[in-house]
Design a protein around this ligand. Structure first.
Ligand SMILES: *[C@@H]1O[C@H](CO)[C@@H](O)[C@H](O)[C@H]1NC(C)=O
Ligand SMILES: *[C@@H]1O[C@H](CO)[C@@H](O)[C@H](O)[C@H]1NC(C)=O
Ligand SMILES: *[C@@H]1O[C@H](CO)[C@@H](O)[C@H](O)[C@H]1NC(C)=O
Ligand SMILES: *[C@@H]1O[C@H](CO)[C@@H](O)[C@H](O)[C@H]1NC(C)=O
Ligand SMILES: *[C@@H]1O[C@H](CO)[C@@H](O)[C@H](O)[C@H]1NC(C)=O
Ligand SMILES: *[C@@H]1O[C@H](CO)[C@@H](O)[C@H](O)[C@H]1NC(C)=O
Ligand SMILES: *[C@@H]1O[C@H](CO)[C@@H](O)[C@H](O)[C@H]1NC(C)=O
Length: 283
């Protein structure tokens, strides 16, 4: 089985598991994707593995109090670094439930794996043997999308470009410490276009923009050439998502004070180019 198959299988299985999970809990916790590189296993009796377990225990505890947390466990060659982040608009209860779901996912599918990336709609969790805090990481990545296409593929690319471009700019404003933006525009008389841009808050605004621009460029490689009605791209440092229907409710953007210096927005969005190979898998 190659890496791509493992990831795909993992994604399908988890979707079912997380549907079962969310049926049992009051809040909706939605699985978005995961990458566990099983070519790099560690023994479950190793110190490194024990450090993973105590790191995740710690995260479960912290997620009742903090929406973002980074920590390491162990020393030397057994050191594991990790972080989680919950979406800024969710409650701490939801944050904790999301971490529980993510740790369940780890237990079921990533036990004994050296480095993992798990994305939910409400939280992200990752750990690694190398340093991850404050470092922009755009690989590996994966994506999800609806099989249905938008009603106006002729005008959609331009609207998507403009709308996500503005949402990406909002999420990467220096004074937006959440590194998060959710916004909408009208698309046709019947459809809206809702977008979310979300970076882990440890990276700088300019790295956040780089991550989201990279995510944007991935849409054309994964998601019916960026014509799907709903699509999301997940990178270690950010998630970018759009839908023609609303998907976040009750979010009110923080009132941001004007930024002291205008954010550097000179680099244009990568343009949507036709896909050459329809591969949704990380490289
Ligand atoms: C890693 O562990 C998984 C199960 O946890 C197993 O399916 C996979 O084959 C292992 N990979 C290697 C390279 O041993
Ligand atoms: C998490 O909290 C529980 C209960 O407060 C405690 O027993 C446990 O030791 C804590 N674990 C960690 C890793 O802090
Ligand atoms: C966790 O974050 C702090 C900054 O808040 C940083 O100084 C520290 O190095 C980080 N720890 C790890 C293990 O990444
Ligand atoms: C992390 O693990 C990889 C793969 O086993 C190894 O090549 C790398 O040197 C390790 N990095 C650190 C900082 O230990
Ligand atoms: C965005 O959505 C809100 C709530 O659904 C709505 O009130 C608003 O008019 C929408 N804005 C645009 C530009 O469509
Ligand atoms: C959606 O658009 C893609 C890319 O243009 C196309 O390959 C696919 O067949 C379309 N799907 C449907 C259901 O129309
Ligand atoms: C997207 O917008 C950028 C400028 O922000 C432009 O360079 C690019 O050509 C646009 N792409 C499409 C498909 O409209």
């Amino acid at each position: 089985m190659n890496c791509k198959q493992i990831i795909l299988l993992f994604t399908l299985q988890i979707t079912i598991i997380s549907l079962l999970q969310s049926a049992n809990s009051q809040e909706q916790i939605d699985f978005a994707g995961g990458v566990c590189d099983e070519s790099e296993n560690v023994s479950t009796t190793s110190k490194y593995h024990n450090n993973i377990i105590s790191l995740l225990d710690n995260f479960l505890n912290q997620s009742s109090h903090y929406k973002f947390f980074n920590a390491s466990s162990g020393t030397g060659g057994d050191l594991v670094n990790g972080l989680y982040v919950c979406r800024p608009d969710v409650s701490l209860d939801t944050c904790h439930s999301c971490l529980e779901a993510a740790v369940d996912t780890f237990n079921q599918y990533c036990f004994g794996v050296k480095e993992i990336f798990i994305w939910y709609q409400e939280c992200m969790l990752r750990y690694s043997n190398h340093t991850i805090f404050a470092i922009l990481e755009t690989k590996p990545w994966n994506s999800g999308h609806s099989n249905l296409n938008v009603s106006r593929p002729d005008i959609f690319p331009t609207i998507l470009n403009k709308t996500l471009g503005s949402i990406i700019a909002k999420a990467s404003m220096p004074n937006n410490e959440d590194r998060f933006a959710y916004d909408n525009t009208t698309f046709t008389a019947f459809e809206g276009l809702y977008g979310m841009a979300w970076c882990t808050p440890d990276i700088t605004p300019s790295n956040c923009k780089r991550c989201l621009d990279t995510a944007f460029s991935r849409f054309s490689k994964c998601c019916n050439n960026a014509l799907a009605q709903r699509a999301s791209v997940h990178l270690p440092s950010c998630i970018l998502k759009y839908d023609t229907a609303p998907f976040i409710f009750g979010y009110s953007p923080p009132q941001l004070a004007p930024s002291p210096s205008p954010s550097p927005s000179s680099s244009p969005l990568p343009s949507l180019s036709p896909l050459s190979s329809p591969s949704p898998s990380p490289s």
